[in-house]
Design a protein around this ligand. Structure first.
Ligand code: URA
Length: 425
């Protein structure tokens, strides 16, 4: 076989065989197919798509490119969770310990942030001492001991995704449905959990811009999961505005703590409790929403989070350390009314530019930098009220602050939005 023939076949709208897909992925990982051919292949998929059978074969070829975790030593139904990326997305920090505090084991591998989206690993690493690299046997032992572990993706798992994702990132081939589906599901399948909840984000700050696209991606991933015997549910969630109040690693840890104390905004608290209900059901527990909220308010998730941090070498007291930056900018409303739009992409990029995120993989993060919104879409506001505080160690020119304020739309009509748009199972 030759890579050029497979690229041409896809470019001309052909359907690749299972053997062809397996050959391409195996030879790419072995270094025999170079990046330039793989990027041409990815672009051909953008134009010609893939059938469900091709997507499944691609996913399984990617799974086969590395190790697969065996979590059978952990008793109970192991439930994993994955988000397709968002701004201010601190869901895992709260959801994983919340679900684990009900006795459903959570053995989770998380990723880093890139571009305007954040990553759970970076948020956890903003806690002094927290180790994300844990040997497989220690990872499993930790879940057996305390019911939860959140670590970095092992280098040995889905090697094809590491190479391919880095390539897609610089060749404008990230937002392609079969590639996202195979990237996400290969990692989830290889990570070994019995059930998977997918948080498929849609809107301005997400890869999927329309509900139709998010639905198609969700159905593809749910089918992929089911075909390999993993119960899979996709929850399509709104990423039209940043999630919760904070964007930025340390600020998001602090917001997560506030929510786990029962002192967070009710919208994000309710949202996370709804996700917990779905995950718990996948884990074999039917729990009423009110009971989950009470459980959260009583501090069980926070206690589990402290246990997680301690088990992974983190300093528990550091979870509560406030941010410290050289500059704090207050952004105030220019008019009165209701907040009608807070574009997630703009604010995600803004946070990235002040050091909260990485433009390229090698960028160093400023953990304390970020944005704390005082108001969210649907909230009433009067001219002069605080909209947000920007925490930065870099001086920000006034014209950037003015532009920030202009990106907040205030209208006379109250806009109401829901966080969960659809559930696909
Ligand atoms: N998240 C992933 O893990 N992979 C993608 O391709 C996109 C989002």
């Amino acid at each position: 076989m030759r890579a050029v023939d497979l690229i041409q076949k896809k470019r001309d709208g052909g359907e690749l065989t299972t053997a062809e897909i397996q050959w391409l992925i195996a030879n790419y990982v072995a270094g025999a197919v170079p990046d330039y051919q793989m990027s041409a292949f990815a672009m051909a998929i953008f134009f010609k798509g893939m059938t469900m059978r091709e997507t499944r074969d691609l996913t399984m070829a990617m799974v086969a490119s590395g190790d697969q975790l065996d979590l059978s030593a952990i008793s109970g139904i192991k439930v994993d969770k994955h988000s397709t990326g968002g701004v201010g997305d601190k869901v895992t920090l709260i959801l994983a310990p919340l679900v684990a505090s009900f006795g459903v084991p959570v053995a989770k591998m998380s990723g880093r942030g890139l571009g305007h989206t954040g990553g759970t690993l970076d948020k956890l690493e903003s806690i002094k001492g927290y180790q994300i690299e844990v040997a497989e046997e220690d990872f499993i032992q930790q879940v057996k001991d305390i019911g939860i572990a959140v670590i970095g993706q092992s280098e040995q798992i889905v090697k094809a995704d590491k190479l391919l994702y880095a390539l897609r990132d610089v060749t404008a081939t990230v937002d392609i449905m079969p590639l996202i589906a195979s990237s996400v599901m290969s990692k989830k399948i290889a990570a070994g959990s019995d059930a998977i909840m997918l948080d498929v984000t849609v809107g301005d700050g997400a890869f999927m811009k329309t509900l139709d696209d998010a639905e198609e991606l969700s159905r593809t991933m749910v089918n992929l999961g089911k075909e390999v015997g993993r119960q899979t549910v996709a929850v399509i969630t709104n990423m039209g505005q940043p999630l919760g109040q904070a964007i930025g690693n340390r600020l998001e840890v602090l917001e997560a703590v506030q929510i786990m104390k029962g002192e967070g905004r009710s919208d994000i608290t309710d949202f996370i409790c709804q996700l917990a209900q779905i995950m718990l059901k996948l884990g074999g527990q039917e729990v009423e929403l009110e009971k989950i909220k009470n459980h959260l308010t009583q501090g069980h998730a926070l206690k589990k989070f402290e246990d997680l941090v301690a088990a992974q070498g983190g300093e528990v007291q550091d979870i509560y350390r406030p941010v410290q930056t050289d500059f704090i900018y207050e952004v105030r409303a220019e008019s009165s009314g209701y907040i009608s739009s807070l574009p997630a992409l703009y604010f995600g990029r803004f946070a990235m530019e002040i050091g909260a995120g990485r433009a390229v993989k090698t960028d160093r993060l400023d953990y304390d930098a970020g944005i704390m919104f005082d108001k969210k879409v649907g909230d009433a506001i009067s001219a002069g009220d605080l909209l947000a505080k920007i925490y930065s160690n870099r001086k920000i020119p006034q014209k950037k602050i003015t532009e920030f304020a202009k990106n907040v739309t205030i209208s006379n009509e109250k806009v109401s939005i829901s966080e969960i748009l659809k559930i696909i199972n």
